[in-house]
Design a protein around this ligand. Sequence first.
Ligand SMILES: Nc1nc2c(ncn2[C@@H]2O[C@H](COP(=O)(O)OP(=O)(O)O)[C@@H](O)[C@H]2O)c(=O)[nH]1
Ligand SMILES: [Mg+2]
Length: 175
Amino acid sequence: MKLAKIVIVGKDEAGKSTLVQNIIPGALNIERKGRTIALDYGNKLHGDYKLHLFGTPGQSRFRIVRDIVARGMNLAIWVLDYSRHFDERDEEILKFLTGSNVPFIVFANIKPGVQKERRQVTRLIGEPPQLRKIIIGSAKSGFRVTELLDGIVTVLASLDDHKRKEEVITRESES
Ligand SMILES: Nc1nc2c(ncn2[C@@H]2O[C@H](COP(=O)(O)OP(=O)(O)O)[C@@H](O)[C@H]2O)c(=O)[nH]1
Ligand SMILES: [Mg+2]
């Protein structure tokens, strides 16, 4: 069993806490009046991995909490709110993600009946090298959440594979 730290980012009300609850019913949520102020946490076995999922607060005044929770993550999930327009808060998250050397998956969350953002995800965020996968689904209904978990495990396995190859190269160059 391999352990992985997965951090969920996204602007306020995007559906981060809903997603964590969908994956792990009863997951911890530290909130005040429905707003996550510290974090969501739960773990889930999927494939060969034990996934430790950390949801972060979306409000910009809690950005420091996000930055601390994100330290040492193996992979980020960006819950992109597809029911509202892409704005400067999304731009800030994009900058945060492309400024790290950690891969990320976009989960574009569609709330039925209120889809506002119709541009393709790559039109919004481009194709940064850290972007590994885009999934359009629903945090609440669970639509495509299994695909998200499969995607997480696939990316983690590719990272492990890459690390193993690097170790072999280092060992060979040392001998
Ligand atoms: N209909 C619908 N509502 C959603 C969905 N995801 C989140 N919501 C609602 O959007 C609001 C904000 O969700 P929350 O998970 O607290 O967002 P967070 O701030 O990113 O943690 C809540 O009222 C959720 O019930 C979804 O997939 N479908
Ligand atoms: Mg939340």
